[in-house]
Design a protein around this ligand. Sequence first.
Ligand code: UP5
Ligand code: MG
Length: 192
Amino acid sequence: LSKNDVMVVFVLGGPGSGKGTQSEKLVKDFGFIHLSAGDLLRAEQQRPDSLYSELIAKTIRDGEIVPSELTIALLEQSMRESGGKRFLIDGFPRKMDQAIKFEEDVIEAHSVLFFDCSEEVMLERLLERGKTSGRADDNIETIQKRFISFKQQSYPVIEYYQKLGKVHSISCEDLPDIVYQKVKNIYNEVFD
Ligand code: UP5
Ligand code: MG
């Protein structure tokens, strides 16, 4: 993947902050390809001949982070197969080593969209979604573990990109369309 014609925007934020919801909207307006690392891992978990089904299932259920090599391989494969040039990578990197490895092995991020949300709001959204989502991690025990992983391991990634001046922070407690208006205002300047 050549730096000259491929662009990656990381979409980061706590569990339930709205990364997926906002990414879908950005796809429509800006022609990005949206790759959710969590969705790719769940799809790999369900692939009948996958060697990693159990590892992924256990890690997600425990609110922990799947080893970088696996997630990066899935992302890189999807990027190549899509044939696209502009990517929104949602929910990755979740740990400093993943950020460094992705930059070394794949490509540097153009920018980072960070959805800032209180745990109260995220908890309420995830519990509500858990009534119908069928996601193995939308239960109170796992949600608490996801919050801990986010604070201890993922937030430092956001701080790292902040130091590089790449982060656009957006408060995401308003209704989805209001949050999106803020996102759109930012990216209209960059990607018109
Ligand atoms: N909703 C969204 N926006 C709203 C708004 N503004 N107002 C009111 N409601 C709003 O939204 C969550 C819910 O809230 C939905 O019901 C939505 O309608 C509503 P969503 O857009 O899905 O939020 P998102 O941030 O995408 O939440 P998600 O649960 O997907 O975040 P996670 O980061 O927890 O999940 P992900 O799929 O990225 O990862 C799951 C697990 O996979 C991780 O915990 C980890 O174990 C593993 N993983 C890795 O190991 N490595 C990776 O690189 C990625 C994942
Ligand atoms: Mg998501």
